[in-house]
Design a protein around this ligand. Structure first.
Ligand code: C2E
Ligand code: MG
Ligand code: MG
Ligand code: MG
Length: 286
């Protein structure tokens, strides 16, 4: 058949393309099987209130635990799952699991907001609201304890619909955070048009603080912008005490990163939440 397409036909025999195609077919089959076998697990990374030094939220981060016990990180399968449509099923599991875990913490007296990542396809799915309401109903989690993290990529199409979706979620009392802020390609004008509640400063801008003058300027500008527009700010990728002190001094609301904790399984959150951190805010950096 390839020959019938003339010279271009030879591309079907390119061994690299073949290997790539085989990999994709195997990955898709693997992900389908993983859904059936319930192999996706959700880990949680604390977000620490920059003032009080206590955990006030966690971000849910999915991993694929394969039969051999290995953990596949999300960036190795989420983008592909988005491409082949399997993200809907995976995302629904993560959302429900996260709501159940946060509701269980709440029933034991630990009120933590749980932040769940939504891929652009999930955000645009016509049944998003239904899925979210179902997860809240089934878990008993109050909507105020759920935050959905979306990326700039989710906001690029169909402004009116985006706004309606966000308004409906906000209307239910659910928080919306714009993840990886500053790394996308959209214009800043959507910030004043869309009902967002929080910006998450991407890790790439936190790296190298406090010495990196460019990143310092960017982080200061994002914080000033957020303050002006009334958004909360979470800084991600906080790895050092100096970064934490700088960000607290600049009045970031919350901090997330390896300095406080890596993502952990749900059962570890309660002992981590019992701890507190002293964040030596650097004064007069603003
Ligand atoms: P993200 O939402 O920006 O999540 C933060 C990522 O940075 C996580 O990686 C986290 O483990 C990592 N991280 C946190 N603190 C530090 C730090 O101090 N230093 C460094 N070097 N890294 C840090 P992870 O868990 O591998 O997730 C990667 C991305 O995969 C996430 O980025 C998110 O975009 C996506 N993702 C994860 N879970 C889900 C999910 O359930 N659904 C969807 N759609 N995407 C997900
Ligand atoms: Mg996120
Ligand atoms: Mg992020
Ligand atoms: Mg990020």
């Amino acid at each position: 058949d390839a020959k019938a397409h003339g010279r271009n036909g030879c591309r079907y025999y390119n061994p690299e393309l073949t290997a790539e195609a085989v990999h994709r077919v195997e990955l898709e089959a693997g992900l389908r099987r993983a859904l059936e076998l319930d192999e996706f697990i959700v880990m949680y990374q604390p977000q620490v209130d920059a003032r009080g030094g206590r955990i006030d939220a966690v971000e849910a981060l999915v991993r694929w635990r394969r039969a051999d016990g290995s953990l596949v990180p999300p960036l190795d399968f989420i983008p592909f799952a988005e491409e082949c449509g399997l993200i809907a099923g995976i995302g629904a599991r993560v959302l429900l699991r996260a709501c159940h875990d946060a509701a269980a913490w709440m029933r034991r007296g630990l009120r933590l907001r749980v932040a769940v990542n939504l891929s652009p396809m999930q955000f645009r799915a016509p049944d998003l609201l239904e899925r979210v309401c179902e997860a809240l109903d089934r878990s008993g989690l109050p909507p105020g304890l759920l935050e959905l993290e979306i990326t700039e990529g989710a906001l690029m199409e169909d402004d009116a619909r985006t706004r309606a979706t966000l308004a409906a979620l906000r209307g239910l009392g659910i928080g919306i955070a714009l993840d990886d802020f500053g790394t996308g390609y959209s214009s800043l004008s959507y910030l004043k048009r869309l009902p967002l509640g929080r910006l998450k400063i991407d890790r790439s801008f936190v790296t190298g603080l406090p010495d990196d003058a460019d990143n310092l300027a960017i982080v200061r500008a994002i914080l000033a912008l957020a303050r002006h527009l009334g958004f909360r700010i979470t800084a991600e990728g906080v790895e050092t005490a100096a970064q934490a002190a700088l960000l607290a001094g600049l009045e970031a609301d919350s901090l997330q990163g390896y300095l406080f904790s890596r993502p952990v399984v749900a059962t570890e959150i309660e002992s981590i939440a019992a701890r507190g951190w002293t964040i030596g805010a650097l004064d007069r950096v603003g």
